[in-house]
Design a protein around this ligand. Structure first.
Ligand code: PMP
Ligand code: GLN
Length: 389
């Protein structure tokens, strides 16, 4: 019998599914896969419920409901002072995951080079390779996450079609600085490339930092595809509503792929997300201030146990070095160990690096802290008890 596609088969099952299954099997608190344990705003869910009951429930326009595209354009103006033509510069997809795939399939020609910054979100590399791109990967490493500018410059060439990167970044929780973005922009102009900007955590930045879309930098407006996700912005990861903002020729290219991937996204959810994006500033400020408090609460607990705790500048993830606890093994073993023995699941950083545990980044674990305080406290108690033994 002939086998499945070898590129996709090579990646097996994603770490998020693997760790969630293990957490369920062992009845562990799941701080592995990133999802909140409280659903997002009730008013937004109410709009979706009404829309499901009252309809319409048929195919919406392929690019997304006008209402949502208008809301995405207005959101770009409100937060980043970007003027966006909702009819030609916004496309709605089934989650950021589909947006990423549609951007890649819409732009990549087999043999094009794509620059990536590792650690990599799970879907980037399989989809890029499946589209025929040749990845050029630059690595940043814990705990400093310093961008090696010379290596980044060397990764670009005249064959580079695009750079795909993520800020605020999962799993490093790094927020790219203005200077780093300027450097990327300079390389893009020099080599005439695009950027797929995964900005799903745009509203989850802390300590007074600002999220800066690369698209707002000089010369970048026509070159960037800026991806957002209702899953993160409204704490409803199961909804899978994503939105991409880009210049008209780029949105057309994305639509060429989107029409054959999913074509549309549930209209009731789109309507609710449109309402969500129009909420006043207190909602967005509250989202990050609540999460910042959770980060601080959880980080302190981890420090008290003895972990080496990294900064979490954005996202809802925090990384720890577990070597100070004397664990003898790699990060995959550590995450399995704490899931089974301590009843708390995490995700190994090596899953985001080529080579996995052999990548050299093999002693860091990622915890997700967008959970109720009581659950975070119980997780800390369990870990503390376990490591006191
Ligand atoms: N990019 C990153 C960096 C993510 O962490 C996620 C999380 N799920 C996604 C994309 C996908 O978002 P969505 O759930 O909207 O598909
Ligand atoms: N983005 C989430 C994470 O990094 C999970 C997404 C998924 O499960 N596909 O944990």
């Amino acid at each position: 019998m002939k086998g499945p596609n070898t590129i996709l088969d090579e990646y097996g099952t994603t770490i998020f599914t693997v760790m969630s299954a293990l957490a369920t099997e062992h009845n562990a608190i799941n701080l592995g896969q990133g999802f909140p344990d409280t659903d997002g705003p009730e008013a937004v869910r109410q709009v979706a419920a009404n829309a499901l009951l009252n309809g319409p429930n048929q195919y919406p326009p392929m690019a997304g409901l006008p209402d949502l595209r208008q809301a995405v354009a207005a959101h770009n103006k409100r937060f980043y002072d970007l003027d966006v033509d909702w009819q030609n510069e916004v496309i709605v997809t089934s989650g950021a995951t589909e947006a990423l795939a549609a951007c890649i399939f819409g732009l990549i020609e087999p043999g094009d080079e794509a620059v990536l910054i590792e650690p990599l979100y799970d879907s980037y590399l399989p989809i890029l390779r499946r589209a025929g791109a040749i990845p050029k990967i630059v690595r940043i490493e814990p705990p400093e996450w310093k961008l090696p500018l010379d290596q980044l410059a060397a990764a670009f060439s005249d064959k580079t079609k695009l750079i795909l990167f993520n800020t605020p970044m999962n799993p490093s929780a790094k927020v790219f600085t203005q200077a780093e973005l300027e450097f990327i922009a300079k390389l893009m102009l020099k080599h005439d490339t695009y950027a797929i900007c995964d900005e799903v955590y745009e509203h989850l930045v802390y300590d007074g930092r600002a999220h800066i879309p690369l698209m707002t930098l000089p010369g970048m407006r026509e070159r960037c595809l800026r991806i957002g996700s209702a899953g993160k912005t409204f704490s409803m990861t199961g909804w899978k509503v994503g939105y991409t903002t880009a210049a008209p020729p780029l949105v057309t290219a994305v639509a060429r792929a989107h029409q054959f991937l999913t074509f549309t996204t549930p209209p009731g959810l789109q309507k609710a997300v449109a309402d969500g994006l129009r909420q006043d500033d207190t909602y967005f400020a509250g989202l990050s201030s609540d999460l910042q408090k959770k980060r601080d609460r959880f980080a302190q607990g981890l420090k008290d146990i003895g972990f080496g705790v990294m900064q979490s500048q954005g996202t809802y993830f925090i990384g720890v070095d577990f070597r100070p606890l004397g664990f003898n093994g790699d990060d995959v073993e550590f995450c399995k160990h704490i899931t089974i023995e301590a009843g708390v699941a995490a995700v190994p950083f090596s899953a985001f690096y080529q080579g996995g545990v052999k990548s050299g980044v093999d002693h860091f674990a990622r915890f997700c802290y967008c959970k109720q305080d009581a659950l975070l406290d119980t997780a800390i108690e369990r870990l503390a008890k376990h490591f006191k033994k």
